[in-house]
Design a protein around this ligand. Sequence first.
Ligand code: ATP
Length: 240
Amino acid sequence: MSLLSIKNIDVHHGLLKAISDFSVEVDSGSMVAVIGANGAGKSTLMRAVAGVLPVTTGSIEIAGEDVTKLPAHARVHSGIALVPEGRRLFRSLSLEENLLTGAYRARPGPWNLDAVYDLFPWMPERRDQSSRLLSGGEQQAVAIGRALMSNPRVLLIDELSLGLAPIVVKQIYASLLEIVANGCAVLFVEQDVTQALAIADDALCLLEGRTVLAGTPAELNRHDVETAYFGTAAAAPGRQ
Ligand code: ATP
């Protein structure tokens, strides 16, 4: 059984159907990348899985538990954590205080302050620093740490590397490998297709809310991905 199982969901913004008939399975210890151009529906998808937006049809299950109707805070308890687009740290709080906000409603598990500080060794000596003094990459690491503090089974990351220096992206990807090694399932949005395909076990491409291509990085060739990404020609329907 997959840790995260999404079946045939639609998500609307008013009359606009932003996600159509979307399905994906993410196993424990694996990473699935969601790629697609601006406005393809990636953030809508992540927010719907986290419970911030309702789905109109379809189902979302965590390890067989149907969470489709649960509000966002209850989904945290079921094991879903979202690293939102733009990081959304509490600017008036310190680095450590931001991490601790993630422990509210935390599940039991391996992640606590010490474990996050082991993952990001630069953090402890800056624990009291205001989060507004952190660089974009540092903020992204804190946002990931904050999500881990809830001991998620499923980690959702929106716009993983947007605006970050390549060296920081490399560090954050390295941390993700450690996170999945702990048994997490990761569903992440990545604008950088090369990065996404380099690390993901599976990738799928959204175009106007529909999955137009899906497969392992080895199965996806560059031309098909570019075609699906930009919708420049009828892309082959992907496998689910
Ligand atoms: P980006 O990379 O620009 O963030 P995205 O792939 O994440 O794009 P979404 O932000 O999910 O795409 O947007 C999908 C569609 O839903 C777009 O047409 C967008 O205009 C629309 N949309 C997103 N949020 C809302 C909202 N709160 N109200 C109405 N329409 C919205």
